[in-house]
Design a protein around this ligand. Structure first.
Ligand code: NAD
Length: 440
């Protein structure tokens, strides 16, 4: 994402909030307040690299809102991350958590760094950071933001290029700082961060939570629209955590026909349907398929990721890879009844309007992919209560949150006669505004 696209993302989100505020008649001071972040921290710190040189890193932590509970949101490690992007992502979290009905606010963090030695980085060396460098950088970043995070203040999580191992270092360093400050013996403070490995404070059910949530919202929307999902045709962009698991859910639960999927290298099409389990095996088979891509899957035809994939006639299109793929250019060409968004920010505001006019039902990302943060909230709640829930319990609670969130958005859609893209903000802004007013 470029500096400008971070700004554009933020401007789009603020436009959505202002529109929603107009529908519900928010006071002007509330509109001013919610279109800014509550707190923004920009830190700079040195880290000794393996070759003995010292590198300076710029990093951020933004707390968009703590009105409904501690700020919640991931930490992104990327050479192109910037303050606008972090602010936009933090804002997205505020309204997603509110819509999902979980007692958390919105936050996000980022370090400008190049952990993978990305060849697209114009200032990079192409060399990945070592495990030791990543650990030293993570621990120093934790010290730089320690004053504003904590289980009851702000709870980070993984995001792009940040793993459960990185969350474990963050939790360990934070626990050390608290022990140093209080003089108490060292005790792991699991609740300071989510996305930890299962067995080290992580929750069962987190891995497939985003996809499961997409499935539940699709099921509810299809019921309301009177569209039978049994045997429905599905097109999925992005065959990673969200997209692949979503493809498996609809394949198993609806006996859907998965007619096209794609990843960063391209897409595949098969009119009679692909088995997502076999496609997964193919993608991971380093001997038969050194490409590590869905491309060339036996029995399928290779297609392009946007022009071909997006225009295939299907019942459901699931963008589950990138931001900004449904635009005023691509959206007129889509040929589907429902769009269910695994990706954040998949649809621009103009594209939302085009879908509404064309009668394509959109389930926006802040609703459809809210299952991920909901189970992160469950992880945090289990940590605070020193409990460990079974996967069944997690799944049942998740289903209730997804169905309630869908219903809240649907009620707003009906009440104000607005698009689903506007309705998710009306429902969530109302909740955030009420929480702010209660604290006056
Ligand atoms: P992932 O890294 O597991 O998978 C991403 C997939 O997208 C990969 O298969 C990758 O090859 C593919 N991809 C990358 N560039 C592509 C392109 N140009 N065209 C098509 N495919 C491309 O990531 P994920 O966790 O599945 O996340 C996907 C999206 O869902 C992101 O926008 C993320 O922010 C959002 N999301 C994920 C979660 C979660 O819990 N995983 C939660 C909320 C939102």
């Amino acid at each position: 994402m470029t500096k400008n696209s971070g700004k554009e993302y933020l401007n789009n989100l603020n436009a959505n909030l202002i529109k929603a505020a107009g529908h519900i008649g928010l006071d002007p001071w509330l509109v001013d307040y919610i279109t800014e972040a509550e707190r923004e921290l920009h830190v700079k710190f040195p880290v000794k690299m393996d070759d003995g040189n010292v590198q300076l890193f710029n990093a951020f932590r933004v707390q968009d809102s703590t009105a409904r509970g501690p700020a919640k949101g991931g930490i992104r490690y990327h050479w192109n991350v910037n303050q606008y992007e972090v602010k936009a992502l933090a804002k997205d979290m505020t309204y997603k958590c509110a819509l999902m009905g979980i007692p958390l606010g919105g936050g996000k963090g980022g370090i400008i760094c190049d952990p993978k030695g990305d060849p697209n980085n114009p200032n990079g060396t192409g060399k990945p950071m070592s495990e030791c460098e990543l650990e030293r950088m993570t621990r120093t970043y934790t010290r730089s933001i320690a004053q504003i995070i904590g289980p009851l203040r702000d709870v980070p999580a993984p995001d792009m290029n940040t793993t459960p191992q990185i969350m474990d270092w963050l939790m360990d360093e934070y626990s050390k700082i608290i022990s140093e400050e209080t003089g108490q013996p060292f005790k792991k403070i699991y609740g300071v961060v989510t996305g930890k490995p299962v067995g080290r404070g992580g929750s069962l059910g987190r891995g497939r939570a985003t996809a499961r949530g997409m499935f539940f919202t699709l099921r509810e929307a299809a019921k309301d629209l009177g569209i039978d999902m049994y045997g429905s045709t599905q097109v999925v962009q992005g065959f990673g955590n969200a997209g692949m698991n979503y493809a498996k859910f609809v394949f198993d639960e609806f006996q859907s026909k998965l007619i096209a999927v794609s990843d960063s290298k391209g897409g595949i099409y098969c009119a009679t349907g692909l088995d997502p389990y076999e496609v997964e095996e193919w993608k991971n088979d380093a001997i038969k398929n050194p490409n590590k891509s869905v491309l060339n899957f036996p029995g399928s035809t290779n297609i392009t990721n946007v022009d071909d994939l997006m225009s295939i006639q299907c019942d459901v299109l699931a963008p589950a890879a990138l931001e900004g793929v449904l635009t005023n250019i691509t959206t007129p060409k889509i040929n589907t009844k429902i769009v269910v968004e695994g990706a954040n920010g998949a649809t621009t505001n103009e594209a939302d309007e085009i879908m509404y006019q064309r009668g394509i039902y959109r389930i926006p990302g802040i609703l459809a992919n809210g299952g991920g943060v909901t189970v992160s909230c469950f992880e945090w709640q289990q940590n605070l209560a020193e409990e460990s829930w079974s996967e069944d319990e997690v799944d049942q609670k998740l289903e209730k949150h997804m169905v309630d969130a869908y219903r809240a958005a649907k009620d707003a859609e009906t009440k104000y006669n607005i698009s689903p893209g506007d309705a998710v903000y009306v429902a969530s802004v109302d909740r955030v505004a009420k929480a702010i007013e209660k604290r006056l």
